[in-house]
Design a binder for this molecule. Structure first.
Ligand SMILES: Nc1ncnc2c1ncn2[C@@H]1O[C@H](COP(=O)(O)OP(=O)(O)OP(=O)(O)O)[C@@H](O)[C@H]1O
Ligand SMILES: C[C@@](O)(CCO)CC(=O)[O-]
Ligand SMILES: [Mg+2]
Length: 386
């Protein structure tokens, strides 16, 4: 039997980093997906192994089930609800990851493989299983690749374990019931903790539920934009790691508690105002343009505060300057430090200007694309019932 799950990436319109410190943030799913396919090998297979294939990267990892049981047996046992991986267990997982000799240039994958081992053994127990991953999302670029990975993985593993009740006769993609989404979102959050260190939970939540969300201290409100939002996404292709950037902001907050508290409060006000703005009614082109101008200003202010937090980067500044030549406003999205930048494309902007700004950004070596925003969350499909 094979179960597939796919989960979308996300953009953060306002509030990244500050959300880790209790401020509101606003995020939307993007229509780029990570797909996880999980298969229990037939009982005739001789060797009991757990296999993880990262198809796009042409990498494959495998462990004998007995090796995983020996390393994690004391920690995993009878877990039935989402549980944080204990520090001691993380050490044992690290030794399982070390077995695989991941090449130094791809060492960033180690945290993803660790999250896989925790989710897989906690949800399925110690059984032979084959897991294959493909992703349309650039990894480590601010579009929530880690969350999409954890959400799709949790969804597929829970479906295979029988913990969620889905119609296995149905052909094609299906959506989960609300309580099942809540369960898989909690498991995905436990995976994100292994990858991000101290995640707010916004990325896994928007990947799970899709749409557009306002998120604060673990609580989400689904929102619907009345403004047709068009964002150009520019991938600077500068690699970075969310865990290190989040830790850097926390260290700055320890060094300058009062100043950083004011920065986080300012971001909170920006996110609140932004969420009210995009939900407010649009009557005509004049009110659309007015609201777009306000949105651009809020994005510009948020970017300034992200600079205050120390998470901008020379490549991001180049995107800001380049888009400004065309009177377009940009801000980083996700953890920053490189990665992706959003540029607001007003609805009445001519296609010629969009083409020109894209050409100039691409001439800097960046990659530009426009993705659909606010679509579906995680979905599941049973492709083989034999
Ligand atoms: N498809 C995947 N296969 C394996 N590991 C993945 C995959 N997607 C993400 N990961 C893991 O997540 C890491 C990237 O996560 P990170 O949080 O740094 O960036 P991001 O999620 O893309 O951006 P952000 O957190 O800013 O939205 C990768 O280095 C890898 O460990
Ligand atoms: C930087 C951050 O705020 C968003 C990353 O997409 C981290 C988090 O909220 O977990
Ligand atoms: Mg991430």
């Amino acid at each position: 039997m094979e179960v597939k799950a796919r989960a979308p990436g996300k953009i953060i319109l306002a509030g990244e980093h500050a959300v880790v410190h209790g401020s509101t943030a606003v995020a939307a799913s993007v229509d780029l997906y990570t797909t996880v396919s999980v298969r229990l090998p037939s009982s005739s297979d001789e060797n009991e192994i757990v296999k993880l294939q990262l198809k796009d990267l042409e990498l494959e990892f495998s462990w004998p089930v007995s090796r995983i049981r020996e390393a994690l047996g004391v920690f995993v046992g009878a877990i039935s609800s989402p549980t944080t991986c204990p520090a001691e267990c993380l050490k044992s997982i690290a030794s399982l990851v070390e077995d695989q000799n991941i090449p130094e240039v791809k060492i960033g994958l180690a945290s993803g493989v660790a999250a896989f081992l925790w989710l897989c053994s906690s949800i399925l127990g110690f059984v032979p299983v084959e897991v294959a991953i493909t992703s349309e999302l650039p990894l480590g670029s601010g579009l929530g690749s880690s969350a999409a990975f954890c959400v799709a993985l949790s969804a597929a593993l829970l479906a295979l374990s029988g913990s969620v009740n889905v119609d296995r006769e149905h052909h094609g993609w299906m959506v989960h019931k609300e309580d099942e989404l809540d369960l898989l979102n909690k498991w995905a959050f436990e995976g994100e903790k292994i990858i991000h260190g101290k995640p707010s939970g916004i990325d896994n939540t928007v990947s799970t539920y899709g749409s557009m969300i306002k998120f604060r201290s673990g609580n989400l409100t689904l929102i619907k934009s009345n403004m047709p939002l068009k964002m150009l996404i520019t991938n600077t292709k500068v690699g970075r790691n969310t865990k290190a950037l989040v830790a850097g902001v926390s260290e700055r907050a320890i060094r300058h508690p009062d100043a950083m508290k004011s920065v986080f409060n300012a971001v909170n006000s920006i996110s609140d105002e932004l969420s009210i703005l995009i939900q407010s009614p649009i009557h005509d082109d004049v009110s659309l343009t007015e609201n777009e101008e306000k949105l651009a200003e809020l994005m510009e202010m948020n970017q300034g505060l992200l600079q205050c937090m120390g998470v901008s980067h020379a490549s991001i500044e180049t995107v800001l300057r380049t888009s400004l030549k065309y009177k377009l406003i940009s801000k980083l999205t996700g953890a920053g430090g490189g990665g992706c930048v959003l540029t607001l494309l007003p609805n009445l902007l001519s296609g010629k200007v969009v083409d020109e700004v894209i050409a100039e950004l691409e001439s800097c070596g960046f990659e530009c694309f426009i993705a659909g925003i606010g679509g579906k969350g995680v979905e599941i499909s049973f492709s083989d019932l034999s």
